[in-house]
Design a protein. Sequence first.
Lengths: 288, 253, 329
Amino acid sequence: MFLQQLINGLAQGSLFALIAISFSLVWGLLRMVNFAMGEVYMLGAYAGWLVVAHLTPNLGVALLAGFAVGWAVGWIIEKVAFKAMRGVPHIASLVCTIGFSFFLKEVATWIFGAETKAMPSYYSQTAFTIAEANVSWLQVLMVAIAVTMMVALQVLFYRTRLGLAVRAVALDYRTASLMGMKVDKVTSLAFSLSGALVGFVGVLAAVYYNAVNPGMGFVAGLKGFTAAVFGGITSIPGAILGGYLLGAIENLSVQFVSSGYRDLVSYLILIIFLLFRPNGILGKKTKL
Amino acid sequence: MILEITRLTKRFGGLVAVSDVDLAVEEGAIHAIIGPNGAGKTTFFNNITSIVPADAGRIVWCGERIEHLSPQAISAKGIARTFQNIRLFAYMSVLDNVLTGTHNLYRSFVWAAITRNGRYRREEREGRELAMALLEKVGLAGQRGEYARNLPYGEQRKLEIARALASGPRLLLLDEPAAGMNNAETAELVRFIRALKADGLTVLLIEHDMKLVMSLADRITVLDYGVKIAEGSAQEIQNDERVIEAYLGKRRA
Amino acid sequence: MAERSRKVRLLAGIVLAVILLGFPRVVGNEYLMRIATMILIYVVLASSLNLIIGFTGMYSLGHGAFYGIGAYVSAILATALGWPFWLSMPLAGLFTALVGAFLGLATLRLRQTFLVFGTLAFGEIVRIVIMNWPELTRGPMGIPGIPSPVLFGFELASSTHWYYLILGFTALMVFIIARLYRSRVGRAWVAIREDEVAAASMGVSVFGYKVLAFTISCLIAGLAGAFYAHFVSFISADQFGMSESFLILTMVALGGTGSIIGPIIGAIILMVIPEAFRFLAEFRGVLYGAILILVIVVKPEGLAGVKGLFTPALGAPRFPWLHRKEGAK
């Protein structure tokens, strides 16, 4: 039982980790949070669902759709909530993304209806067994995808000129701009990329849980943020660590508390870390 | 010595902004702190008022050590300040800005505020009288309803001083009060500070305007790269080699 | 000039009072009176949230939860213990204030961004606890049969009674908030919003006043919750979730932060729109979200708000996220 929960935790943790990375990306660049990240994830999931329900059962296409939709929505949010608001304290941008979060959720409810829609399964057969625990192909795929994404991001940031630009802007906005880097484009890229990432994850999640509904973004976004804070929002390794740890803890917690309280565990972790260690596990123990 | 500072030090990472600075200020004196840009003067002020607490050193005010106190407590002990880049309450009226300066003098809290009881009314009346008197003194009485943000720069500086004086301090820290002022305004400022001194206030002053400093200051301390390089009367400082060097660079042989 | 404006305000006040008091006579319609009563409740909720947002610059997304705590406490005391409304309501307010004080003490030192998430998480925790504690709260079934208040043996059950009762409550709350605003306490709050460092240098206990604002705000929200519970006589946890917090936030943002009239306007507009334009009912949520986005981008302080919150403080850097301000939010 324990082992099964752990395996489920790792699979779910992959989802959390990727969402956490998206938060970390935007935070690292702009010290800001896109409150609507969860809703971008949700829209990506719906995109995938639309593909599978009306176009082609090909999972790859669905994932691509999620990626594309996420990219687009992320781009839009950046233009409205951040670009249009230079010089205004960043709390305003945050509140704007709160608006987006609600807006997007309501739009999805309006277009698709509030009820949960079924998403077909893929690769749900058991790949192999460890002791008494089953590991499905999907779970393997999820972890594999997560790891691939992380490696890809690592390559992007540390082996390409674009990545160099991103890191430069993250370290020192003004100097980077003085050096001729197109800071605006980097910012836009960060939002689009983080949106694409969570949109992609949304499809994965839809497949894993066999469901899409407009409310799925809220919990995912909040937990993704929790994972980022947990591991350390200032770094990508922190986000990854936080994601997997949170996934493991949440799934293992059903051994100790009733399943209704499962989400509570994550939210408590968020509050505790915000209060006592806002830099997260991997972060420096200085004022954030 | 009303204010005695010993070996004050403040580091920001690898940079030592204030290094082992000693300072003794006589009661009722006007003591100026000068030095090239980046010398650590504003940081020094921040250390005294604990907005940015120092890493090491002692600050003794009226015989009491204050370096571990909060900015609020230090304000309550009679030290007030103005800021280098004016920190007024922008969307608050001129009168309210000064009234906020009186915060420490009064005690009306939630119950008094809601019921407008005797204490509340008395304190509001006294506070208003005090604030208006100060505004008269700096010539801003006519603008009392205006948002602080809408005042011209020179008047904003005056308002900041009025606000600082509202708590009835014994020591006033002025951070570049003459910045951006023309000659007429500067002369008026000099008169004003002299009047404050006549009222018994001790003034610690950061300034770049040498004429003002030389004509006002009883004593001058010079900082450069966080280190005290000279101290003395206006006459002494003007002729001090190290000071000249700090401002102008080494004299060519 | 000041004298004339006082006369105008007095006149406006009288006209308003006449309208509000005469409303039930003119509009005999039960339904409209219930709407009006709900508008009044939201006026209170938005005004209380404004204490946090407009006066200290911190954003809370947990207000729906405090509203809910007040409602549940009063409902439980009334249904399970048989307490009269006049006892359960103040106790509900006090309990909510206490919870608010604790939360405030814990979270008000956080950066703005993190406070938003902290209050959001708190709201969710409250909802989960309510749902999963059936012995206390009847879980997802909610609490039915919450009794009406009884005054001197007379039961206040009709829509008209409730209208006047809540009108009185709302007027009292707005009055108290207005008095607080124009006092030493209010000045301290505005000072904190404008410039925390300068406020601290004037002797204002920044943290203490933030907690005070939070606590009073929660007290009022809790009282509103209690009134609501007895008004609608049936409550359940899903009425007090994120959507509710969001709605109240949008009311404050739209109407205007940092002023007395702002939240009132916001509450009225957002409650009237779905009623006035029936065809919009389906799009209510979409509309509210769009409104919040638009308000922030176009006029961040809201229709009738005070600018302080969203304009960089005098002397503050233009790109605040690039610098670490001392005492940065």
